[in-house]
Design a protein around this ligand. Structure first.
Ligand code: GUN
Ligand code: ZN
Length: 440
């Protein structure tokens, strides 16, 4: 493609966060701004008429008509095979896994089914405005392969892994300690670092991985620096009790992972609702991040995440949908429940802190702040065009907002996939006029 053709400029309103030293950040809002995209990257973002834009003919910009542009959302914990599990009634974690989740994941044994379902999952993310995610595939090698292939075709920034589980699971989903690690190794070699893709070693949780398999997971991390680790931790009291029985020698639940070298700066532990103080301290020491999954925690009756405790301990907190226990694939819907859970803990999560969390904050916890989660020049051109007029109950509220924080808060509480008029991934429009763009 000619260099000229690869350049696109957009004029509208822009909201994003920029990283600052010491883990801080700055919110930037441009009431009348111009975003210049060259190929897959952002080349410039500035107020219309600013010196950086000299030479740019403003009349040539695509006029977004006052719509708000924000970075694509980042989801740090979501299960690709669980779209059809959402909304399954009546159980807490362990029964929910047995009754609904394992049977749904077993269907991915069929390769043709897996290929279609993985592509559909990524399209569903794009419709919601999620352009980067850390994802659990199933325990099938071919299904994980299909997920990566579908992400590559869409040029998505995706971190994913084959679920490791060699015990306490139906035979159709079980791998072996050695076989599961060998398959993961093969997938790492094929996909990690290819384009925008990265691999996460993915032991489901300590109940379904033997100590030998957890040791193998640790070996994979040592053999492949840069690979991530994702798993579940202390979501449900029965789960915590089962882990205590299975690992009598462990100091606590986190220790079942830590003993095998699984607590690193590239590890994301989902839930963390029932931790001891020593576990929170250890998370802080190792630089591991936690994923707060509010809609899932409420839906499964798992408990209330203590945002303040992790913030005080300086443990990076990310926010995630955890579909299919989560009830909303949208990061906006996820923030509705995050706000309510924080309210119950005495912390009225400020609107722009929530905005930071699902953009730059989540990106930063994954070490990807130079590429995603922001509209800063040099980063990948993943962004959303939001239009409140597409959501009838939101439009009236927005008209009464006095500043951008109030406006964002209205989006976060009342918005859904209708708000996302366009989703851009690496400089290409993947959702246009509220529909998936043709050619995906
Ligand atoms: N713990 C182990 N597996 C899962 C899962 O699939 N979803 C949730 N929410 N928790 C888990
Ligand atoms: Zn999960």
């Amino acid at each position: 493609m000619a260099a000229e053709a690869a350049r696109q400029a957009f004029r509208g309103r822009f909201l994003h966060c920029l990283p600052e030293g010491g883990g801080g950040y700055r919110v930037e809002y441009l009431e009348d701004g111009v975003l210049v995209v060259e190929g897959a990257r952002i080349a410039a973002l500035a107020a219309a008429g600013a010196a950086e834009l000299q030479g740019l003919d403003l009349a040539s910009c695509i006029d977004l008509g006052g719509d708000l542009v924000v970075p694509g959302f980042v989801d740090t914990h979501v299960h690709a095979p669980q779209l059809d599990v959402m909304g399954s009634h009546g159980e807490q974690l362990l029964e929910w896994l047995e009754r609904y989740t394992f049977p749904a994941e077993a269907r991915f044994a069929d390769e043709a089914f897996a290929r279609v379902a993985m592509a559909d999952f990524l399209d569903a993310l794009l419709c919601q405005g999620t352009t980067s995610a850390m994802v659990y595939a199933t325990s099938h090698h071919h299904a994980t392969d299909a997920l990566f292939a579908a992400a590559e075709a869409r040029r998505l920034c995706l971190i994913a892994g084959k679920v490791l589980m060699d015990r306490n699971a139906p035979e159709a989903l079980r791998d072996s300690a050695v076989g599961g690690i060998a398959e993961s190794r093969e997938l790492i070699e094929r996909w990690h670092g290819r384009g925008r893709l990265a691999y996460a070693v993915t032991p489901r949780f300590s109940i379904t991985s033997s100590p030998a398999q957890l040791a193998g997971a640790g070996q994979l991390l040592r053999d492949h620096p840069g690979v991530y680790l994702q798993t579940h931790l202390a979501e449900n009291p029965q789960e915590v009790a089962a882990v205590r029985e299975l690992f009598p020698e462990a100091a606590h639940y986190l220790d079942t992972y830590d003993a095998h070298g699984l607590c690193t700066e590239r590890s994301v532990f989902a839930h963390c609702l029932h931790l001891e103080a020593a576990e929170i301290r250890r998370l802080a020491e190792t630089g591991a991040a936690v994923a707060f999954c509010p809609s899932s925690n409420l839906f499964l009756g798992s408990g209330l995440f203590n945002w303040q405790a992790f913030a005080a301990a300086e443990v990076p907190v990310t926010i995630a949908s955890d579909v299919g226990a989560g009830t909303d694939l949208s990061m906006l819907g996820t923030l509705v429940d995050a706000y309510k859970v924080c309210q119950l803990g005495g912390h009225a999560l400020p609107p722009l802190e929530a905005f930071y969390a699902i953009t730059l904050g989540n990106a930063r916890a994954l070490g990807l702040e130079a590429r995603i989660g922001t509209l800063a020049p040099g980063s990948d051109a993943d962004f959303l065009r939001l239009n409140p007029r597409d959501v009838p109950l939101l439009a009236g509220r927005v008209a009464a907002c006095r500043d951008i924080a109030e406006e964002w808060f209205a989006y976060q509480i009342l918005g859904d996939d209708r708000l996302v008029r366009e989703t851009w991934v690496a400089g290409e429009c993947r959702k246009r006029d509220g529909r998936l763009a043709v050619g995906n």
